[in-house]
Each structure stands twice: as structure tokens, then as C-alpha cells.
Design a protein. Structure first.
Lengths: 67, 155
């Protein structure tokens, strides 16, 4: 299943990029040190698959923000 | 009476000359912008703003660093606007690479990552930092500065 076309996928990536960059900017102002950002990579999936993926990613420090 | 006529004529002549000169200057002010971007959506936004600000200008799009460098080497652009975010080669790396090819070309880097360190590094390579989301005003100010720089270099 391909839920989004290339342009729509670009738009979602851009949106995430803006959100993460703003968060990084605010964190940088709080701690006074640059926050290094990786290149955004976006995938759309349902919640259970996302939990599964994060569990397998090996990240030991994970922060989630829920709105 | 004759003297007055001559004076009037010469005044008129100056007028025509001045007018012709101005028309030429306006024509010369059309520039070519290189837009470097590795996504599809963002250059569409840049192109839309460019059209709104300078309908008579043209722009070329490059989706890769090599494509962009080829355009710069052929001197096919007057200024460059870049939004580049690829693994291992970010916009800043690319900007300093471009600088070696075009040491004085007006250059702008568009990025959502507007932390002070990034803005400082952008200025260090001699480029203007334009924060995302890009506004018509921010791009317009960069282009106005670029036109002044290009005119000064051409004079």
C-alpha cells in the first residue's frame, strides 16, 4: 500500500523537519549547546508497528512527546 | 528666442538619453537563480516566491550537488539558493564546496535548523541564512542585497 505520493511524503517530511528543528532550537537555548540533528527520515505506520520498530532500534535513550 | 529653443532642445535631449539609459538598466536587471534542492516540494515553494518577487527573472533547478556544480562552472547562474539535507553532505558542506568555484556569487542557505551555530557557520562561508518556513520578505531581502552586490561587481 502506498498511502502518500512523493510530493505528499515530502510535505510530511518537511513538517516533521520544521517541528524537530524548532524543538532543537528551543533545547539549544535552554542548554546553551548545539543540538546535532540527523537528516530527517519519515515513515508512516500504525502505532503498534511504530512501537515494534522503536523497540528493535536499539536506542537506549528515547524521548517521546505526545500532543 | 533662439537660445531658449536650443536650451529647451538640449534639455529634451538629456531627457531622452536619460530615458533610454534607464530602459537599458531595467533590462539588464534580470538575473538567473540556481535553486539547489534534493526534495521536490521545497523548490516549488522557492520558485513560487521567486515568481512573485521577480517575474522577469529565470531560475534553474538542480537536484544534486554535481548538477549544481556543473551549472556554476559554466557560469549559467548569477546567484544560488540552496536547501540541501542529504546524509553525509549537508547544505553547509555544499556551500563551502560551491565557494571554491564561485568565490563571490551571492548565496543563500535555506534551513529549518536555525540554531546559532548553524547560522554562524553559514555566515562563515559567506552565505546568507534564510530560516524555514521561507517567507517572501526574507527571500526578497536576500535578493535585494544580491542585486546590489552584483551591480557593484559589474560596475
Amino acid at each position: 500500500m502506498e498511502p502518500l505520493d512523493e510530493l505528499e511524503q515530502d510535505a510530511v517530511t518537511e513538517l516533521v523537519n520544521l517541528g524537530v528543528s524548532q524543538a532543537a532550537y528551543n533545547l539549544r537555548e535552554m542548554i546553551g549547546q548545539q543540538v546535532i540533528l540527523s537528516v530527517p527520515s519519515v515513515a508512516l505506520m500504525d502505532r503498534l508497528d511504530a512501537i515494534d520498530l522503536l523497540g528493535k532500534s536499539g536506542l537506549s535513550k528515547l524521548v517521546a512527546v505526545s500532543g | 528666442v533662439y537660445e531658449t529653443l536650443v536650451r529647451q532642445r538640449s534639455v529634451q535631449g538629456t531627457f531622452y538619453l536619460g530615458f533610454a539609459f534607464r530602459a537599458q538598466a531595467v533590462e539588464l536587471m534580470s538575473y538567473k537563480v540556481l535553486v539547489v534542492d534534493d526534495s521536490k516540494l521545497a523548490p516549488m515553494a522557492v520558485a513560487k516566491l521567486l515568481r512573485a518577487l521577480h517575474p522577469d527573472w529565470t531560475h534553474i533547478e538542480a537536484a544534486s550537488a554535481d548538477e549544481a556544480l556543473a551549472v556554476l562552472k559554466e557560469k549559467e547562474a548569477d546567484l544560488v539558493v540552496m536547501d540541501f539535507n542529504m546524509p553525509g553532505r549537508d547544505g553547509l558542506d555544499l556551500a563551502s564546496e560551491f565557494r571554491e568555484t564561485v568565490p563571490t556569487m551571492p548565496m543563500a542557505l535555506i534551513s529549518a535548523n536555525h540554531q546559532q551555530e548553524i547560522v554562524d557557520r553559514t555566515h562563515a562561508v559567506g552565505a546568507t541564512f534564510l530560516p524555514k518556513p521561507l517567507t517572501e520578505q526574507a527571500l526578497g531581502e536576500f535578493l535585494a542585497g544580491a542585486v546590489q552586490q552584483l551591480k557593484a561587481a559589474g560596475a
